[in-house]
Design a binder for this molecule. Structure first.
Ligand SMILES: *Cc1c(COP(=O)(O)O)cnc(C)c1O
Length: 407
């Protein structure tokens, strides 16, 4: 069957051989669980991509052009994830096409290298910005930021502002922040990993004045887990390759120097070289994005069907649950309210991970006693695995109040 996701079959022989068990991923496109199953046509494109060698700089250029056309942006570049896209964007904004600055990163003092971030927008992925050598400047407060605070934070040493959509609070609009950045010769980089697609957001962010947007290939697009897209202004995207590509070339035959107006003297490896992208990631991503654009979210159907089955299998009298029709990645989710029946959520999640087939659920709301089942990585059989594990554990926890808290 053409829609059969890889991973639902029995051929896990390489992992079996080295003693790595399969798990149930009820978290969704989580990197720590390997991401979501790929559609067979994505896998096929990845396999075909390894048959012949190609020039990677040429492949990146053409793939970027194709992605830009499909996404409706000026230019694009394939990265190993949204996180790598943030590092490459930062490096490109600090070093541009200057070989001496490219060689100096991540240690740099003689060029603008500060990146401002609203306190409300802080996130562990800020690490990816720092990895390029940027010094983070935190602006405002978690629940409120004045545009004046943003303006005062931007100085001659500022290369960029990193902006994360979807954070609540009383903060300046993206357009206002882009205006302040422009007056200070700084650029705005958007971490769009969770909020684009929908592609309308991407268009709006660039209309508001963003220079770069980092996207994840492994989330909404269901592309290879180690893929991402950096979208941006063509003149800026043109310098991204210099931070990323293999520069083991002789000066006299260096193709980029001969082709473009940039320096004839190549830099050495850029700070992004460890985040390399293989041709199979690029091929798989192109097919995944094409599929997404032809029918947004259609490939989530198998996982959603499994979630619907779980909904019919769960017994509301035991652990109350809520079905939410949509969530951050535009898919339905189930919330299991363990707190409502006074079950210890940490002990319960740990016990799920200790099942013969370990089960992982989303713990972002565990602080209020809720575990979330996310459908994007569920495969056939997972609804049964989850529902029977929940019934077993619920019974066991109620009989053993020492584990289950005050119940
Ligand atoms: C997932 C995520 C990333 C990282 O994306 P990868 O493609 O896994 O590198 C960055 N920022 C945010 C907000 C994310 O949710």
């Amino acid at each position: 069957m053409n829609n059969e996701p890889v991973g639902s079959g029995t051929d896990d022989s390489v992992f079996d051989k080295i003693g790595v068990r399969r798990v149930v991923n009820g978290v969704g496109p989580a990197t720590r669980l390997g991401g979501v199953p790929l559609h067979s046509s994505v896998v096929e494109a990845m396999a075909n991509a390894t048959r012949h060698p190609v020039r990677m700089d040429h492949l990146e250029e053409r793939a970027g052009g194709e992605l830009a056309r499909m996404l409706g942006v000026e230019a694009a570049y394939v990265t190993s994830g949204a996180s790598a896209a943030l590092t490459l964007a930062t490096a490109a904004l600090i070093a541009g096409d200057d070989p001496s600055l490219i060689d100096a990163l991540p240690r740099i003092t003689n060029a603008p290298h500060r990146v401002a971030v609203l306190a409300a927008h802080r996130d562990p992925y800020d690490r990816a910005v720092e990895a390029a050598g940027a010094e983070l400047i935190v602006v405002g407060y978690p629940n409120a930021t004045h545009i004046g605070e943003v303006e005062r934070a931007l100085d001659a040493e500022t290369a960029a502002v990193i902006y994360r959509p979807g954070r609540p609070g009383n903060h300046p609009s993206l357009a206002a922040i882009c205006g302040a950045a422009r007056r200070s010769d700084a650029h705005v980089v958007i971490d769009g990993a969770l909020y684009a697609p929908p592609l309308a957001n991407l268009t709006r962010w660039f209309d508001d004045g963003a220079s770069f947007v980092a996207l994840s290939g492994g989330k909404h697009f269901r592309g290879p887990q180690a893929s991402g897209i950096l979208c941006g202004r063509a003149d800026l995207i043109d310098t991204v390759a210099l931070q990323h590509q293999d520069m083991d070339e002789r000066e006299s035959t260096w193709a980029r120097g001969a082709r473009s107006g940039s320096s004839k003297t190549p830099p050495r490896h850029g700070v992004g070289r460890p985040m390399k992208v293989g041709r199979e990631q690029i091929a798989g991503l192109l097919v995944a994005v094409e599929r997404y654009i032809a029918a947004p979210g259609a490939d989530d159907a198998d996982g959603i069907r499994e979630l619907q089955l779980l909904r019919t299998l769960l017994e509301p009298g035991r652990i109350p649950f809520n079905w939410h029709e949509t969530s951050a990645l535009s898919v339905p989710i189930i919330e299991l309210d363990l707190g409502a029946v006074a079950l210890d959520v940490d002990a319960f999640a740990t016990a799920l991970g200790g099942m013969p087939t370990p089960i992982y659920l989303e713990e972002a709301e565990a602080w209020r006693g809720v575990l979330i089942v996310h459908p994007m990585a569920l495969v056939a059989g997972d609804a049964n695995r989850i529902s029977s594990a929940i019934s077993d554990l619920e019974a066991r926890f109620r009989q053993t109040p020492a584990i289950g808290g005050e119940a």
